[in-house]
Design a protein around this ligand. Structure first.
Ligand code: GLV
Length: 317
């Protein structure tokens, strides 16, 4: 039996599955391991099932025991792992695509609705019983006929597009390349970021965090948005420059934000907390029982496939 370290607690059925296939070391207290502890615990292991909360930078990867051959990330995103450093050490990195598309797109839509329809203010008023219905009370932005700009038209972006279309939104997108007509499904492609942001009444950030996308939404690019745009992010906090976005909110350049992900999670920039128009969630994108089970099962299957065949279809490095 291959020996593996699982850095975070999984749902019970997934831990049971892992223990049938591997000699698995579990994290029963769901403690957040420091890099030193993770290195120490991986002694004698053949692979590690990592989570997005584990920072596997080059320094950490270089200190892993030579027995480690795979980092199976329990997430579709893998910005927490230095892929090149892993490759140099002959460690394969895998992720869990597809299984979380629908759950994450649901949260993407919730962010759009919550930010546009002033959910944070509404919740606060309802809880405080300090409201009365009136014709002009908490007027928000209706989605019908509003232009939605999807930054990153991968699986999640396309699912958000299809739901948003059914709400009457007009879909524009920016992507490394134009999609086939079939995948585009009527969405309007912008090769140029400036032209794309210029039509994004509501922006939905759905792209992975890479060298090219880190801080892509910044002081300069926020200015390309229409006045009073709404900015939402269901992908990774690293793509957005928080100070610039908070400044844009302060100036009312941006009307509201809907965020599920942050730089330096779980410590989000306190500037967001002061804003009644910031609809903020604690990284819930894939948080449903169905999806978290499917993700963990896939992360386990990825390891199993690799140990059996020497390769894995979900390899990303
Ligand atoms: C969640 O954020 C994921 O990347 O799976």
């Amino acid at each position: 039996m291959k020996k593996i370290l699982i850095t975070r607690r999984l749902l019970r059925s997934s831990e049971e599955k892992a223990s049938k296939i591997f000699d698995a070391k579990f994290n029963t207290n769901d403690e957040l391991y420091s890099q030193e502890k993770l290195i120490k615990l991986s002694a004698g292991c053949d692979g590690i099932l990592t989570a997005l909360t584990d920072k596997l930078d080059a320094e950490t990867i270089n200190k892993l025991p030579s027995s480690i051959k795979i980092l199976s990330n329990f997430a579709v995103g893998f910005g927490n792992i230095d892929l090149e450093a892993a490759k140099k050490r002959n460690i394969i990195v895998t992720n869990t695509p597809e299984v979380l598309t629908d759950a994450t797109a649901e949260i993407g839509i919730l962010l759009i609705l919550g930010a546009c329809r002033r959910a944070p203010e509404g919740i606060e008023a309802a809880k405080g019983s300090n409201w009365k219905w009136s014709a002009d009370y908490l007027i928000g932005k209706q989605l019908t006929g509003t232009r939605l700009g999807i930054l990153g038209m991968g699986r999640i972006g396309r699912k958000i597009a299809s739901i948003a279309k059914s709400l009457g939104m007009i879909i524009h997108y920016h992507n490394r390349s134009k999609l086939s007509d079939d995948k585009e499904d009527g969405a309007i492609y912008h090769k140029d970021l400036k032209s794309f942001l210029g039509v994004s009444d509501v922006l939905s950030v759905c792209c992975p965090a890479t060298k090219e996308t880190v801080d892509l939404i910044n002081k300069e690019t926020l200015e390309y948005l229409p006045q009073g745009a709404v900015v939402t992010n269901v992908a990774r906090g690293d793509i957005v420059n928080d100070d610039a976005l908070i400044d844009a909110l302060n100036r009312r350049k941006v009307y509201a934000v809907g965020l599920d992900v942050y730089k330096g999670e779980p410590n989000l920039n306190p500037g967001y907390l002061k804003h009644k128009s910031a609809f903020i969630l604690p990284h819930l994108g894939s948080a449903s029982k169905h999806t978290r089970t499917a993700m963990a099962d896939l992360a386990i299957d990825n390891m199993n496939e690799f140990f059996k065949s020497g390769s894995c279809k979900n390899k990303v490095n």
